[in-house]
Design a protein around this ligand. Structure first.
Ligand SMILES: [Zn+2]
Ligand SMILES: [Zn+2]
Length: 164
């Protein structure tokens, strides 16, 4: 039985280098598998079990440096007991702009975690708003951050072997 509380005792000391395998923050004992994003110079790490996706900050940075430098955990984000798959620090949860979908982010290494269902919801909500001309183009998602969201949207759509 996997629970969100399970990680307290096991907090691994920060390794000197990164460990080669990252584990799913939700399934804890499942290793993430690297998947390439078609048409982008980007690989993401995905959980074969829950289908969550980890966007490593270094990967995002390489693909979209200007946008990623503005990406940060908002003040109102909620601290979780889930460990960052990369550095084991707690993840913070907040709402993805213009949706009610929660995403998790690490304050330290600034990677981004989306649950398996979450990215579909983001896509659905954003498509819905877009079709009705309701997707705000300027206010909440200005400039480079808006570009980052678009980038993540399209990265998700171009995942090789995308689930269904
Ligand atoms: Zn998982
Ligand atoms: Zn981290």
């Amino acid at each position: 039985m996997v629970s969100a509380e399970a990680s307290q005792e096991e907090e691994a000391p920060p390794a000197a280098g990164e460990s080669e395998f990252m584990k799913c923050p939700k399934c804890t004992d499942t290793e993430l598998v690297q998947r390439n994003v078609r048409g982008k110079n980007l690989a993401v790490d995905s959980c074969p079990k829950c289908r969550g996706i980890w966007f490593d900050n270094a990967e995002l940075e390489a693909a979209m440096s200007t946008a990623v430098s503005e990406l940060h955990v908002p003040d109102r984000a909620v601290k979780l007991k889930l460990p960052c798959p990369k550095c084991q620090k707690p993840l913070y949860m907040f709402q993805y702009p213009q949706t009610r979908v929660a995403v998790e982010m690490c304050k330290k290494c600034k990677g981004l975690w989306l649950d398996g269902g979450e990215f579909k919801q983001i896509r659905t909500v954003r498509n819905f708003l877009d079709e009705r001309g309701m997707l705000k183009k300027r206010d909440e998602v200005p400039g480079v951050r808006g570009a980052l969201l678009q980038f993540i949207d399209s990265a998700i759509q171009n995942l090789s072997q995308a689930p269904d």
